[in-house]
Design a protein around this ligand. Structure first.
Ligand code: AMP
Ligand code: ZN
Length: 112
């Protein structure tokens, strides 16, 4: 499968990791849109938000349990934003489910 995030998981494409465990990986975005911009992904290939099912959804709650820890380790105590783009109109460019963790400044209040 030609998925760049699966290649990051396997190590075929290098990345700067912010966190890793048996279920998920977090790495620094290659084109950061905020002073801190981390991408958090499940190790299981799920195409997008639309691919979340009863069988695989526990990894999503796991991601959200770990996000505060990653945020704290990256000095985001003043707050942060989590974004998941879904599909073409949602701005998704990599079709492996991921959550953007953005912070390090007061973010724009517009979201669309
Ligand atoms: P999205 O547009 O929501 O699908 O987000 C995909 C994100 O992946 C973008 O913010 C890209 O900058 C980021 N990205 C793409 N390739 C890499 C890579 N090799 N290492 C780190 N981040 C990447
Ligand atoms: Zn993938």
């Amino acid at each position: 499968m030609d998925c760049i995030f699966c290649k990051i998981i396997s190590g075929e494409i290098p990345s700067k990791k912010a966190y890793e465990d048996d279920k998920i990986v977090a790495f620094y975005d290659i084109a950061p849109q905020a002073p801190v911009h981390i991408v958090i992904i499940p190790k299981e290939h799920i195409e997008s938000m639309n691919g979340i099912t009863t069988e695989n959804s526990s990894v999503v709650s796991h991601i959200f349990e770990v996000i505060p820890k990653i945020a704290a380790e990256n000095n985001l105590g003043d707050g942060y934003r989590v974004v998941s783009n879904c599909g073409a109109n949602g701005g998704q460019t990599v079709f492996h489910l991921h959550f953007h963790l953005l912070g390090g400044k007061a973010l724009d209040t517009t979201m669309a």
